[in-house]
Each structure stands twice: as structure tokens, then as C-alpha cells.
Design a binder for this molecule. Structure first.
Ligand code: NOJ
Length: 763
């Protein structure tokens, strides 16, 4: 039985269903309940609620519990087991008002079972699969006592130099917005107050993916139209789907850091969008206002942040230290603090914690004997989602699928890399539980001796990079680094290749190379691995590249060298099995690129929905004074939306139901899609629209809809897409969101480049 005090009484009685008749502010009435609670809170208790601490070695557990019991902490992140969180919640229940704590964590692509990285999930274009990954993550995290995740990350990324490209869903506003909604609903399930849900705090608000030069934490400078049109909609979609929280970005926007940005946090988020949830700073971001050069000291930083509407301060003590003095001096109002406190309490309410502070922590006797037990994982689901997330980029002469009877040489530094399989934000995944490509292929073949393995190369021969990768892998394994000279490793791999019928090379990046603070100026495969690929090519054996990486890599040379290329990104706990399923044809690949792959770093930014220009370059028609690069072919290496299958698909008979559309009407765009090959398979039929002439320049095309369809060999289906005026709206120079009458081209294709087109007029 919990101890009683005023709030404790509410909690206790509420759980016995007798509250309404006996208390002035029943738990059922959220606003009244919170107002009543706030009336009882001292200033210190209020400010305590605004503090979100990081659980780490710097603060002993004993001290944390003392601070919680004193009402000085509102929530934690990075404590992720029930036995860890329970004593903290017990401490909160010992505090004067017994306000529960919440426990947060970066559950980005899985919790204990690691799913493919978000960029890979987006490659599936499969909303059910993506939703399943989020739902399982929520179930696993909530059953470990986690209440809130800092996810999804919906920052649009058009610059693959940025390491956090791996954490997002790609370059396209429509696709990322769709996924944003799916992920929020998956995390929050039937409601953020459900025992098997976690509250979603969408990030990073805003525009973090547009950091200048792709260098992490750098400035963002962007026109309002571009913001509204391309970069803001995914956050909005997450909020419209009910995200309970927003994490504020570390970057500045047009000269004002997001953390001090009143326009962003108040005018846009709260007033224009009507967001009612919790705004959390990123790690140490309030303090960083001094580095940004907008705050003289911690006091001014705290003032700017609270005034901007940052409710919780993550991992710094500035609010606790500075808010009382600022209030006393009249530099901030009581309402600045109260508004923030109200949001924190409301979020806790919405997470169901006032009703039951132990909702997700449960009882000690029900704790899992081993939190990491394999039986707690969702391996079958992870394997299936991972298979759907890979993109077949090349398959000359039907090199793939592999025959199980063939003698296969498996080489490359990523063939046996359990930690890298899991990807950049592998939460609480255990490398020892992840299936490497070597494990997966061995299992598929039924015997170790079926594979001839040689490492062939290390991840990198750059010592500085290796040290950084190991620094990032702080609590896990070190990146394997074979001390033998590069030529010895290559010779061994060449020998393996010569002894085999076909070579599979697992190459690319270590997971830390596509991570926070891991920007690159060069988006090639590291040079020592490229040497290995050249040597393998020279053997004349068919060469399959299995790419593992968290960003698009400019594999210009490798595209020519390889007979087949499978982009697997980072596939998660079951990655090795899933890749083996695809390589051996037990699953027919169906992924499509959610991001353009550039030919070289010099083409960046690369994205398909570029605005029209006055002197466009027309492929195949080079000429003077067109928009082209002199030293390379214009256009991407692989376009957005591209991906092959082991079967072939054709599109035909595209038709529009009318050549005109009324503002209130509907238009049907239809197309026949046929599986013309010999295997069953899935493909993604994509619908793009171009607004041909507008009051301002419009993109060459914009994704507006898609359908992923399964077709048996020889089967065909007619697909229908509905187009309404809403699909034609855009933000004009006055930021008015409206459609303009005139001609529109509708393009349907299996990627963004190869499309068939019909036109209509909006009346
Ligand atoms: C900093 C990252 O930018 C953010 O995404 C993450 O949620 C926090 N650290 C907490 O780990």
C-alpha cells in the first residue's frame, strides 16, 4: 500500500475507484487536477519538475534518489530496467507531493530487439512493417519501465555528409510525414497512458537535417517557404498524430538557436499548430546558448529558454540554479515557470503516471529474471521487417539470388561485425544477440564449411577514425581491427575468391561513421575497402556487394565493378538472417530508396524534387549554358524511389478519369501494374505531381501517394489513386497554403525518374 499524503491520497483512491466523490479535483478531470496540484507546489518543487537528468556515472544513484525525494527532479533518461527505475519512483513517492517521475530513453529503431535503422525502415515503404517495428519497440521499452522515447526523428536530410541521415527517414517530405504519423501511433498505441505504450517526443524541432555543409550541430539558414513546404511538415504530421512531446533541435535557425527561438516554439508550434504537449531541450542545449553567442551566461541562457517555451531542461542545472533569481528580479514571470510545469505534469498525466506511477515498472516479483534474455526478443518480426528494408541496386545477369550449391567466398570487414549490424541508435540491443552476415549465411547453408571466409580489409586504415569509432562504442565491443598488413588481408581474400564460384563482399561503414557528430566530407567506401573490392574484381569471379552503411555512399566505381549490389543499411538484431534470406532468394527484395544516391559528394545537396530552373540540363542533350557539372554526368547515381526485384514489373494504361478537376472534386489516376517475370514479388508504385506553372517556382515533381503491391508471377492489377485539391496545395511567397488553378502533370513510376505522364487542369 502506498503511503498517503494529499496527492498520494488521490493516487491511492483513484486506483480504488472511489476518488470522484471524496476529492475536490478528481483525477478524471485533468485540468482541474493539475491546477489543484500546482496550487500546492512550492517554487522549488515547480522548478524541480523542469529538470530532466541523464543517468550516468557522474551522479551516484544515492544522490539521485535523495534529489528525487526532495522534489528536485522531474524525469530521467538512460535508466532502462524496472529494478533501476523502481527505487527512483519509490523516492518520488516519498517526496512531499508524490509527483511521479517519468523515465525516458532514445528508443529509435528498437529497444532490446533492434530493427533496421530508420533510413532502412523508410526504404521498405511498408507502413505496416514500420508500424510493427515501433509497436514492438514500445512494448519492449514499456515492459522495462520506460515511459517516453525521444523519437521519431523526422528531420528531412538531403545531405548525406550528415551522419544523422541514418536516424531519419530520408529526403522526401511526403514519405517522411507518412512515416512520422505511423511511428507516433505505433509508439503510443491505444494511448500514451496505456501500459504497453510509450509517449513519443518527436525530434529535432526544427530543421536539424539542414545543417550547413552536413556538419553536425552547424547553423541552418533557410527561406520560410522552404521550411513550410519541405522541412516542417513531418514534425507537424507527428504532432497531428498525437505526439505528446517535442525535442528541440541543437541548431540555430536563421540566426536564432532553436532553444531560444520564440517564433519557433511559441508562434509556430503552440499558436499556429496548436501543440499542447511537452517541449524538452536537447542534451545541454540551454547551456550551449552561451556558445551560440546569444546568452552572456547561464542566467541569460535560462531566461531565453524559459521565455521561448522550453519546458524541460535536459542534463543541465541551469533552470534550478537560475530561475528563482530571475523570477525574484522580475526578469521572468511566474507564468513562464507555471506554463512549463503545467506541460510536464500534463505529460505525466497523459502517460498514465498519476493514476499509477508504477504502470510500466510493475511489481518486483514480476521483473524478468534476465532483462536481456533472448526469449524477450522479437526475432521473427525483426527478420521480416529487415528483409523488407533492403534495396537491390544492381543485379546483372541474374547474379542474385545465390545458389545454395555454389562455393561462396564471404569477405569484408562487415561480414562478422555484430555491433555494426545493429546500427547507429541501437538502444539496448546486445551485440552478442545480433546475427552477423556470416552467421545468417551459415545458417541458410546449414554448415560453416559451405563458406570460405576471409576478412579482406579492416573498416578503415585511418587511425583517427578508428579511435573515434571505438570512443562511440563506449560500453560495447571495440571495432574489430585485424593487425595484419592491408596487403596480407587482401591476398587472403583474393585466394578465397579464387577458390570460390562467387564472391560476396560485405563492405561499407562501421555504425559509428553514420551517427551523431559523425559527419564526413567523403561519402565513399573507405579507401582500404575499395582496394579490396578492386582486387576481388580482378579475380574475374562474379562479385556481389552487400553494403552496410547509414548514409548514401557514392559508389560510382563499385557500381561498375560489382555484378550485384544489395543496399542493406544497418539491419538490426536479425540482420544476418534477413540478408541471407534476400541473397538466397527466400525473400524477393522490394525496397526502394527513400533518399537519392549521389555520384559524388560534389553533387550535394541531392534530392529529386528540385525547383524548376531557367536553364535546365536535359540528359542526353548536352549544350552550352545549361545547369550542369563540367566534370561529371549530371543526375544521381541512383534516383529517389529506385529499387530492383528478382522479378520484373511493368506499368501500362495510365489514365486520368478527367482532364479537369474542380476545387471540390476528385480525380482518379489509374495504372496497370504487371509482374512480367517468373517470381512472385512486391513493388512500390509511386505517384508524383508537377504544378507546371505557379505564382512561384514549383518543384519538378513531388511524391503525393504510393502503393506497395504484391503480385504473383504473371499477375497484373489496376491501381487507383485519388487526387484532390489538397494534393495540389503549396505555401506561396506569402506563406498562404492554397492550390492555384492551371495545368498539373501526374507522373506514375516505379522510381522518381522513369515515369509515364498525363495532365489535367485545376479549374
Ligand atoms: C542528443 C541527441 O541530439 C538527441 O537526439 C538525444 O535524444 C539526446 N542526446 C539524448 O540521448
Amino acid at each position: 500500500m502506498k503511503k498517503l499524503c494529499l496527492l498520494g491520497l488521490f493516487v491511492s483512491l483513484a486506483s480504488h475507484n472511489v476518488l470522484a466523490a471524496t476529492t475536490p479535483a478528481p483525477l478524471e478531470n485533468k485540468d482541474a487536477f493539475i491546477s489543484n496540484l500546482m496550487k500546492q507546489m512550492t517554487l522549488d518543487e515547480k522548478i524541480g519538475q523542469l529538470r530532466l537528468i541523464s543517468i550516468g556515472p557522474e551522479m551516484p544513484r544515492e544522490l539521485i534518489r535523495k534529489e528525487i525525494a526532495a522534489g528536485n527532479i522531474g524525469g530521467t533518461f538512460n535508466s532502462i530496467t524496472r529494478p533501476e527505475n523502481r527505487p527512483m519512483q519509490d523516492a518520488a513517492m516519498r517526496s512531499r507531493l508524490k509527483i511521479p517521475m517519468f523515465f525516458a530513453y532514445d528508443v529509435i529503431h528498437g529497444h532490446r530487439t533492434i530493427f533496421p535503422i530508420p533510413l532502412a525502415l523508410a526504404s521498405s515503404w511498408d507502413m505496416d512493417a514500420i508500424g510493427l517495428s515501433g509497436r514492438i519497440a514500445a512494448k519492449e521499452a514499456s515492459s522495462d519501465g520506460v515511459d517516453l522515447t525521444f523519437a521519431p526523428m523526422v528531420d528531412i536530410s538531403r545531405d548525406p555528409r550528415w551522419g544523422r541521415t541514418s536516424e531519419g527517414f530520408g529526403e522526401d517530405t511526403y514519405l517522411v510525414s507518412r512515416i512520422a504519423g505511423v511511428m507516433v501511433k505505433a509508439f503510443q498505441g491505444t494511448g500514451a497512458n496505456a501500459a504497453d505504450s510509450i509517449m513519443s517526443s518527436v525530434k529535432h524541432f526544427a530543421l536539424y537535417g539542414a545543417v550547413e555543409g552536413g556538419r553536425d550541430y552547424n547553423i541552418v539558414d533557410m527561406s520560410p517557404v522552404k521550411m513550410y513546404q519541405d522541412y516542417l511538415p513531418p514534425y507537424r504530421a507527428a504532432i497531428d498524430a498525437g505526439a505528446g512531446g517535442v525535442m528541440v533541435a541543437l541548431n540555430s535557425i536563421n540566426g536564432v538557436p532553436a532553444t531560444a527561438n520564440t517564433w519557433l516554439m511559441k508562434d509556430l508550434l503552440r499558436k499556429e499548430w496548436g501543440f499542447k504537449g511537452l517541449a524538452v531541450s536537447d542534451h545541454g542545449a540551454i547551456f550551449e546558448l552561451i556558445n551560440h553567442g546569444v546568452a552572456r551566461d547561464g542566467r541569460e541562457a535560462a531566461k531565453l529558454a524559459i521565455k521561448a517555451g522550453i519546458d524541460m531542461s535536459m542534463n543541465d542545472t541551469l533552470y534550478s540554479k537560475e530561475l528563482p533569481g530571475l523570477l525574484k528580479a522580475g526578469e521572468i514571470e511566474q507564468s513562464d515557470i507555471d506554463n512549463a510545469v503545467r506541460e510536464v505534469l500534463a505529460a505525466k498525466y497523459d502517460m498514465g503516471l498519476f493514476k499509477d506511477p508504477y504502470l510500466r515498472i510493475g511489481k518486483a516479483e514480476d521483473d524478468p529474471a534476465d532483462t536481456n534474455a533472448d526469449s524477450r526478443l522479437h526475432r521473427a518480426e525483426a527478420r521480416d521487417v529487415a528483409r523488407r528494408s533492403m534495396v537491390l541496386l544492381k543485379n546483372q545477369n541474374e547474379t542474385l539470388p545465390l545458389k545454395k550449391t555454389a562455393k561462396i567466398a564471404l569477405v569484408g570487414p562487415l561480414a562478422k561485425a555484430p555491433i555494426d549490424m545493429m546500427g547507429s541508435w541501437a538502444a539496448n540491443g546486445r551485440p552478442a544477440q545480433s546475427v552477423t552476415l556470416f552467421d545468417g549465411m551459415t545458417a541458410a547453408l546449414g554448415s560453416q564449411s559451405a563458406l570460405i571466409y576471409a576478412r579482406g580489409a579492416n573498416i578503415t586504415s585511418d587511425k583517427k577514425m578508428l579511435d573515434y569509432l571505438n570512443f562511440l562504442n563506449f560500453d560495447a565491443l571495440e571495432v574489430v581491427d585485424d593487425p595484419r598488413p592491408a596487403n596480407v588481408l587482401i591476398d587472403e581474400a583474393v585466394k578465397a575468391a579464387k577458390d570460390a564460384d562467387i564472391v560476396v563482399a560485405a563492405v561499407g561503414e562501421s555504425r559509428g561513421m553514420s551517427h551523431e557528430s559523425s559527419s564526413r566530407t567523403d561519402i565513399n567506401i573507405p579507401p582500404n575497402q575499395r582496394e579490396l573490392i578492386r582486387a576481388l574484381k580482378a579475380t574475374g569471379k562474379p562479385l556481389v556487394l552487400v553494403l552496410m552503411n547509414g548514409r548514401p555512399l557514392s559508389i560510382l566505381e563499385e557500381k561498375e565493378q560489382a555484378d550485384a549490389i544489395l543496399e542493406t543499411w544497418f539491419t538490426g538484431t536479425e540482420g544476418g538472417n534477413a540478408i541471407a534470406d534476400v541473397l538466397f532468394g527466400d525473400y524477393n527484395p522490394s525496397g526502394k530508396l527513400p533518399i537519392t544516391i549521389p555520384r559524388s559528394v560534389g553533387q550535394i545537396p541531392t534530392y529529386y524534387n528540385h525547383l524548376s530552373i531557367g536553364r535546365p540540363f536535359t540528359p542526353g542533350k548536352p549544350g552550352n549554358y545549361t545547369s550542369q557539372y563540367l566534370d561529371d554526368t549530371t543526375g544521381p547515381l541512383f534516383p529517389f524511389g529506385f529499387g530492383l526485384s528478382y522479378t520484373d514489373f511493368s506499368l501500362s494504361d495510365m489514365a486520368l478519369s478527367s482532364t479537369t478537376l474542380n476545387k471540390t472534386g476528385k480525380l482518379d489516376a489509374s495504372v496497370t501494374v504487371k509482374n512480367t517475370g517468373k517470381r512472385d514479388g512486391e513493388t512500390v508504385v509511386q505517384l508524383y505531381i508537377q504544378d507546371v506553372t505557379g505564382s512561384m517556382i514549383r518543384p519538378l515533381k513531388e511524391l503525393k501517394n504510393f502503393q506497395k503491391v504484391m503480385l504473383k508471377a504473371g499477375e497484373q492489377k489496376v491501381l487507383h489513386f485519388t487526387i484532390t485539391e489538397d494534393d495540389l496545395k503549396f505555401y506561396n511567397t506569402q506563406l498562404k497554403y492554397a492550390a492555384e488553378p492551371g495545368k498539373f502533370n501526374v507522373q506514375i513510376g516505379l522510381d522518381s525518374q522513369d515515369v509515364t505522364q498525363q495532365s489535367f487542369e485545376l479549374l
